[in-house]
Design a protein around this ligand. Sequence first.
Ligand SMILES: Cc1ncc(C[n+]2csc(CCOP(=O)(O)OP(=O)(O)O)c2C)c(N)n1
Length: 567
Amino acid sequence: MSETLTGAQILCRELLAAGVDVIFGYPGGAIMPFYHALPEYPGLRHILVRHEQAAAHAADGYARACGRVGVCVATSGPGATNLVTGLATAHMDSSPILAITGQVSRPMIGRDAFQETDIIGLTLPITKYSHLVQDVSELASSVREAIAIALSGRPGPVLLDVPKDVQNQKFEYEPSRTAIPGTLTPGANPGFPGSLDQGIQEAAQLIAAAERPLIMIGHGVILGNAYAEVRALAERTGIPVITTLLGISAFPESHPLHLGMPGMHGEVHVNRAIQHADVIVGIGLRFDDRVTGNTAAFAPRAKIVHIDLDRAEIGKNIPVAVGLVGDAREVTRRLVQAVEPRNCETWRDEIQSFVRPRADAFSGDLSPESILASIYEVTGGHCTIVTDVGQHQMWVAKHYPYERPNTHITSGGLGTMGFAVPAAIGVHIARPDESVWSISGDGGFQMNMAEIATMVQEGLSVKMAIFNNGYLGMVRQWQQFFHEKRYSCTPIWSPDYVKLAEAYGIAGWRVENRGQLADVVQRANAHAGPALVEFVIAQEANVYPMIPPGGSLSEPIEAQPAAAPAV
Ligand SMILES: Cc1ncc(C[n+]2csc(CCOP(=O)(O)OP(=O)(O)O)c2C)c(N)n1
């Protein structure tokens, strides 16, 4: 049965039909018809952010936490351009979000109208799909198609630009749930000779013949829900597992086969294992430059088996011996069936001999590691950690003992400072029954701290940790190592965060020594409402080890036990 509805009403109806129940957004002139219709649809909860960038990050955090499409809404012009960083962040990390932007009315397009921006042109390279809806008659199908594209194959962000007059246009609307077919043909191995089965057999033979095999897993394992299959592969073969930054929490840290993170800030034994490996099975990762360092010197002895849903990733950065195009879960499941049971004990013993004693050279007793241990202890691990970008992000990646799947959320590909606080809002909405802690540096926190107001207005009990070292720490570290310690523009002033918390009417604490740690973390975690904890850490603590940018994984800068490193 059809009904006469406006474009704005059709938008709401289609969102509800797609299972959307929360929207992060900010109103303005060109999106006003949509906001006018919204109160008629109480099933769509709207979270009013304080900046559209935060709406995109919150939608991204939500999508990563629950696997459903995250929706953000903005007006034309500045509202739409404010979404751009969030869309690029989601694009780099394959997160399915739908951005809906208002656009000036169709007769005004192309006339430099007030608040007109070509947001389609701006976002084409950072979305899977950007589309200007030209008429109300195509609106419903555009929403369905956009959401299907966001979620299908390798997920990613999509944008629908809806002119104001299209939102006001009336149309005989008939609900439809036509399924849009997926993009992959099961059994095919596009772009590679032979079938997927042949490729799996070849991979199994390589694994059987290998003396020093490794499994490296990335975000695709989390997106593809391939935890059990990866674990089965590791346990059947005894092959140690390396988790990239975005693969963290895809494999339990405490598992005897878990090695740790590779790359620029990876542990020495992990990178050495890569340099000694003769076969690497990469699952759902893209061998980016932070993982490989100098690609010419990366894993010089290894034949690479690369499993990825996105054909374009295979062989893009690293030449592969066997490329397997497909869903991480399905292909890994088939690989488990194809491999013979084996045990890599000798190789694992060899890797153990690479392990170096920790020498982080922290001064002061409030080490990042002790803070993270406290959060883990207090929450019993029932917590999702959302990190920002910088040194604290690396400390979390290296030291937080992730046991449960998909409990580590961070901006890996784009490295977007300001991500953690708004993304944690989205995660909290997706997972209301468990603790969500954002962890930021004093720089990144100040980029989006206005979102505390969003938490207060919407009653969102997010816990915010600030690692305050008085610097843009990661940049200062690079200045220390590679720019003759010229700390140009990296010291950063902060407000009194406890007073800031007070001004917003939320709970706030400052922790300056280890004696205060457990009590404050406990109180913040138990507090019914948003809470902020500033941890005052050593100003010049560094993240070790470090592979210099473009360097080989074989040449790390390591901490000198007592003093700063010679550079
Ligand atoms: C939006 C954005 N601007 C600049 C950078 C470059 N950058 C990377 S890390 C970093 C310093 C982060 O400092 P802070 O937030 O205090 O965290 P810390 O490194 O001290 O833990 C900067 C400026 C970035 N990643 N993102």
